[in-house]
Structures are given as structure tokens and as C-alpha cells.
Ligand binder design. Structure first.
Ligand code: NAP
Length: 342
């Protein structure tokens, strides 16, 4: 097999596409099993945590740490055991072929197994001020950031289940949470909407969209300009935090037509495994999970994907000669020694 440019493709046992907590955990486990995985990490490597500030709920870090620092730790750990990285975006895949084909610019890679961990992207309103204040009062994750908004007045934008859930959750910390929605019909389920409506700390502003996020020169959110979606009139409200809860888009465009997706575009896996509809292709992290969407759950599914891939490679006789099957040995026969897997 040759590429269009005539160069032979570079073959790997396992290619991991994506480098958030799911992809890098898969890389750590696969590398420790001596599969020498290739991780195509993307130009914006590290996933959604690269855009967050402090993380306090990732187990093992009692003092918390910054999102980018956590992801650099993941990467360093994956590299230490023999993961190779390509810092570029995948342009095209053929996952039905044998071996599987992954194209990155002029280069073609092939693999016996592929783990897809391309994540999901939180939808944003699209304002310059929203982008600038992301991590400084603007957030897309109440579970991650709610704790930092104790005794503050907050706004949640959206009219779906996420907006209702986030607003209700944020009332644990905030003095007041205002849900801003662009019309008076809600996509949210009745039970979630009723729960938010029954919460005395939650207020609703309908027929409104956020026209500007204000910081009054402080570098942190101080208020919002709201625009009436019927007559275009604008007004200011005070708020110290804006939670954008207008949905997520799974990053699955590359795989459309090859990997089964649900009605929202998320990859479908054969629970409780990470297997997709194609043999030797596994999916983990937010690209196949619109329910939990946490770094720790993504990491857990990345571990599962690596173990599934390892078993698949063993079943086709493609494990390294001196494979120590390190992960499974330790899971089944924990030694308690200081340097083994968890
Ligand atoms: P969603 O159902 O797609 O709702 C997105 C909301 O954001 C809609 O109300 C939409 O308004 C609004 N919106 C979209 N773009 C906007 C923009 N540019 N500016 C202002 N508003 C905008 O998304 P979701 O709430 O994230 O839910 C996704 C899926 O996960 C759903 O199936 C949901 O049921 C599920 N979910 C379930 C739970 C739970 O059961 N615990 C929790 C969270 C999510 P319009 O209605 O006007 O289009």
C-alpha cells in the first residue's frame, strides 16, 4: 500500500485519535501494555480542560490544580511509557479498511485498532466578550465551576435540560440564579423545568438573549447586556457569573457514515464495552457520553477502551512478542507494590 504521494504508510498496532482525559488515559494503559500507541492529539491538544481554570474535583489532587496542568500531567505520563504523539488534526479516516487508515495532512498512518476520543465541544453564544471572560466568570460546566460562585448572582443561558439542571445545581452556592431563554417554549423535560420553577432562588427571563458579557474593566464578569428577541431592546442586569448551557456538539464529523451515531450525533458503543459497530474500533469519553461528561468518567472510559483494544489485538494475534499484559495482570493480581497500576 502506498499513499497518493508514494510514501508507504506508517503502521501502528493502535492509534488513538484525541487527547483529552479519555484519549490520554487510553494512551497510558495501552503504552503500559507495550502496545506503543500513536496518539494524534490534535492542534488544540488536551480537550476541554485546557480551557478551564482550577479543578478541585479530580480525585488524587486534594489541593486542586489548573486544567492545563492536569492535562500536561496526563500527557507526560502517557509519553513516559512509550506513547508517540502527532500534534495535528486528522483529516480523513477509513475505519472499515484492514488495516484501518488515518490520514493527517500528507501523511498516512495505518493501524490494527483505533480508539476514538475526540470529545465534544460546548456550544458557545459566539461573543468576543464571552470568549475573553471564559474561566473568569464565564463557564460551560456548573459541576466543575459552581463551587467558585458562592454567594454570587448567576445567569444560566439555555432552555434545555442542561440549563435546568445547571441552574438548580448552582442554587447550592449562589444567592440567585436567573435562567435566560430566547423564547417561552422549553426543550427541557417537564420534570426538570418544574423543579427549576419550584426553586425559590431561580428566576426566569424569557424572550432574551445575551448581547454582551460585561466586566466593567475588572477582568471578571460583573453583568450582562440582554437583548429582547422580539423588539431588539437592550437592558443591563448584574451578575458575577454566566453559565452557558446551550448544548454540546460531539466531534464526530470525521466518522459520519462509518461509525454509528445516535440522533444527537454521539457515537454509539456496545455497553458495557467501548466497542463501536466496527471491529477493532473503540470509542471513549465525551464523544460517546452526553450524560456524565466529567474528566474522571472520560478517563475511566479511556481505560476501558485501552483494555478492550488490548483484548481485540490479542484475539487477532497482534500482541507484542514480550507482552506483559501489564494492565490485566495487575487488575487481576494486585501486588500492592509502589509502582503498579491501579
Ligand atoms: P438542548 O436540549 O439542545 O437545549 C439547548 C437549549 O439552548 C435550547 O433551549 C436552545 O434554545 C438553547 N440555545 C441553543 N443555541 C442557543 C444560542 N445560540 N443562544 C441562546 N440559546 C440557545 O441541549 P441540552 O440541554 O444540553 O440537552 C442535550 C441532551 O442531553 C438532551 O437530550 C437532554 O434531555 C439531555 N440532558 C439530560 C439531562 C438529565 O436528564 N439529567 C441533563 C442534561 C441534558 P431553543 O429551544 O430556542 O432552540
Amino acid at each position: 500500500m502506498t499513499t497518493a504521494q508514494g510514501a508507504a504508510p506508517e503502521h501502528h498496532r493502535l492509534i488513538i485519535v484525541g487527547s483529552g482525559p479519555a484519549g490520554l488515559t487510553a494512551a497510558i494503559y495501552a503504552a503500559r501494555a507495550e502496545l506503543a500507541p500513536l496518539c494524534i492529539e490534535g492542534l488544540e491538544a488536551g480537550g476541554q480542560l485546557m480551557q478551564t481554570t482550577e479543578i478541585e474535583n479530580f480525585p488524587g489532587f486534594p489541593k486542586g490544580l489548573m486544567g492545563p496542568e492536569l492535562m500536561l500531567n496526563f500527557r507526560e505520563q502517557a509519553e513516559r511509557f512509550g506513547t508517540t504523539f502527532v500534534t495535528d488534526d486528522v483529516d480523513e479516516v477509513d475505519l472499515e479498511a484492514t488495516p484501518k487508515v488515518v490520514k493527517v495532512g500528507p501523511k498516512t498512518y495505518t493501524a490494527d485498532a483505533v480508539i476514538v476520543s475526540t470529545g465534544a465541544t460546548a456550544r458557545m453564544i459566539g461573543l468576543e466578550s464571552e470568549q475573553r471572560l471564559l474561566g473568569h466568570g464565564v463557564s460551560t460546566c456548573a459541576t466543575c465551576d459552581g463551587y467558585f460562585f458562592r454567594d454570587k448572582e448567576l445567569v444560566v443561558v439555555g432552555g434545555g435540560d442542561s440549563a435546568m439542571e445547571e441552574a438548580t445545581f448552582l442554587t447550592k452556592f449562589a444567592t440567585k440564579v436567573t435562567i435566560v431563554h430566547r423564547r417561552d417554549q422549553y426543550r427541557a423535560s417537564k420534570i426538570m423545568l418544574d423543579r427549576a420553577r419550584a426553586n425559590e432562588k431561580v428566576e426566569f427571563i424569557e424572550w432574551a438573549e445575551v448581547a454582551e458579557v460585561l466586566d466593567d474593566g475588572t477582568g471578571a464578569v460583573t453583568g450582562l447586556t440582554l437583548r429582547d428577541t422580539r423588539d431588539g431592546s437592550e437592558r443591563r442586569i448584574d451578575a458575577q457569573g454566566l453559565f452557558v448551557a446551550i448544548g454540546h456538539d460531539p466531534n464526530t464529523k470525521l466518522f459520519t457514515g462509518q461509525l454509528d451515531q445516535d440522533e444527537n450525533g454521539y457515537l454509539v458503543t456496545q455497553a458495557p464495552s467501548t466497542r463501536t459497530n466496527l471491529e477493532g474500533v473503540f470509542a471513549c469519553g465525551d464523544v460517546q457520553d452526553h450524560t456524565y461528561r466529567q474528566a474522571i468518567t472520560a478517563a475511566g472510559s479511556g481505560c476501558a477502551a485501552a483494555l478492550d483494544a488490548e483484548r481485540f489485538l490479542a484475539s487477532i494475534g497482534d500482541l507484542p512478542d514480550a507482552s506483559v499484559d501489564a494492565n490485566r495482570d495487575e487488575a487481576e493480581h494486585p501486588t500492592g507494590a509502589a509502582t503498579v497500576g491501579a
